[in-house]
Design a protein around this ligand. Structure first.
Ligand code: CMP
Length: 142
């Protein structure tokens, strides 16, 4: 499926996460990504459940909910699922499509196989993960 892989490669090349990686080096990763479309309100990941996906948002907006309360909005170019990628623990938040949304979905073992050799990608993943972990968790202090 040449065409599907081409547009996957375009999305990857546009994402800030891969800004230091050449298109040539993204080809392997493009092969392992699947585009999935979500309905408005669809729950893509559930807090407390296990999941093996790593996701890159390519279209639409996704709400991040912790303990039922919105903590962030993810837009095209952003990613989620990096926490379970690093620690293999259950999802730390719900991810819900606001309107129709589209993501590139990777099996996180395949994603790790492609990206663990790229220090700049790891650094961006970790930097954003730490930023998220530092943000206050609603419902903890009340
Ligand atoms: P993970 O725990 O694997 O699954 C839920 C995801 O929600 C998590 O990885 C992060 O990608 C994302 N997430 C968790 N907390 C926040 C936050 N405060 N801001 C943005 N995204 C978050």
């Amino acid at each position: 499926m040449m065409q599907a892989e081409d547009s996957t490669l375009d999305w990857l090349a546009k994402a800030p996460l891969f800004s230091n990686i050449s298109r040539g080096h993204l080809k392997g990763l493009a092969k392992s990504g699947t585009t999935t479309t979500y309905r408005p309100g669809q729950v893509i990941a559930q807090q407390g459940e296990r999941g093996i996906g790593f996701y890159l948002v390519v279209d639409g907006e996704l709400e991040v909910r912790k303990n039922g309360r919105r903590v962030a909005l993810l837009r095209p170019g952003s990613f989620f699922g990096e926490m379970a990628l690093f620690d293999d623990q259950p999802r730390s938040a719900d991810i819900v499509a606001v309107g129709t949304a589209r993501c590139l979905v990777f099996n996180r073992y395949e994603f790790w196989g492609e990206c663990s050799k790229e220090p700049e990608v790891l650094r961006t993943l970790m930097q954003e993960m730490v930023r998220r972990l530092r943000s206050p968790t609603p419902g903890l202090s009340e």
